[in-house]
Design a protein around this ligand. Sequence first.
Ligand code: UGA
Length: 456
Amino acid sequence: MKVTVFGCGYLGATHAACMAELGHEVLGVDVDPQKVERLNSGELPFYEPGLSDVLRRGIDSGRLSFTTDSAEAADFARVHFLGVGTPQKKGEYGADLRHVHSVIDDLAPRLHGEHLIIGKSTVPVGTARELGARARLAAQPDAAITVAWNPEFLREGFAVDDTLHPDRIVLGLNADDTDTRTESIVREVYAQILDEGIPFLVTDLATAELVKVSANAFLATKISFINAISEVCEAAGADVTMLADAIGHDARIGRRFLNAGLGFGGGCLPKDIRAFMARAGELGAPQALTFLREVDSINMRRRAAMVDLATAACGGTLLGANITVLGAAFKPESDDVRDSPALSVAGQLQLKGATVSVFDPKAMDNSRRVFPTLNYANSIVDAARGADAVLVLTEWNEFVHLDPAEVTPLVRRTNIIDGRRCLDRKAWETAGWTYRALGGTPALLPTVTANTLVRG
Ligand code: UGA
């Protein structure tokens, strides 16, 4: 099939490359000429494991190319995916739909004949219906434009796998539309994926839009739940990691997304819960999502708690302290620093008088752009020189497995602070470090191996 993908950010570029991988002919469209040029030369404008190979394969096969020209896209295909960003509005909780609107306004008048626009961006409920009306209003008399919604659930760091082997595919259709052609087209686009037995759920437009934001709101709630429990664990001297393991064995709860620590960031969860609250208010259901305000505030409190922990480690003041921050990306296997908890903490420490040296394996360029005033080191070793405290704020593998002996000779004081509860407390303490963890210090218990346990 021939398809276009509007928007070539994380979502759009991944979707375009993966659609080509499935054998479709794909034209990606973006307003940024530099991005388009890089993508056409097989270069990704961001880091995403495995995606470079998929992109190159698509380009080499001749099935994948990118353009800034929406007229070319209008002529290229009858199926158009919409994957542009919907960031948080400046100074407000709601989503900024500027990019979504501009794609429709630009594309719709150029279409002739039957066209299907499949939205993938995360949008406030009601947007898809509104975009359908907007497209039809701008359409030529000989054009018939349908708008459907097919939310995307990919995670950064696993984007290729999540796109080619998703947990489910959700398709929202206009409830007034009795035609089954839209569903058939989408089934054809995803035929290879559906052959694997992936659940395919057809809903109305509003439900499809809400599925996406509800999923992100649930994940955010799960993280803030365990972080709230970690505050109690810390006060009670209990171990929140063991607690999460124990409750996670209950299949109704599940262990995933119960990692306590510095909390969630990134370009999705924080802005999505805020936009969801704003939309619920607009719809006259303001009380329904007030708990998300608490979810947000628990999450932001983790950042403040991390600053407090670092201050305590430095003897009560950050003035004149040298702090090493390991990690800047909002999570490992990503170079994304949008609303990154790690960078936010680094910035706050600097504002309180510390000299902060940051190192991240992939996110250095993006961090420099957002926070040019922090010091950026070339390596862990470089970052750790003269430190009064070393903070691990993103759980990259090379930080998790860092040998304390490697950094001991470099630092001024041996304080390690585990913001993601990912380090081996015993290894650090054995090497002579003072270990602190966000959410309370994990217990060191004498353990008995299973086969020496005598029961009953
Ligand atoms: C999230 C969702 O997981 C995807 O399903 C969704 O498609 C995507 O948003 C989106 O809307 O586009 P992503 O932003 O890539 O994906 O990141 P997550 O893996 O969800 O992690 C979000 C944040 O939560 C990270 O900062 C991570 O460190 C934190 N986190 C995650 C925790 O603090 N604890 C956990 O147990 C898990």
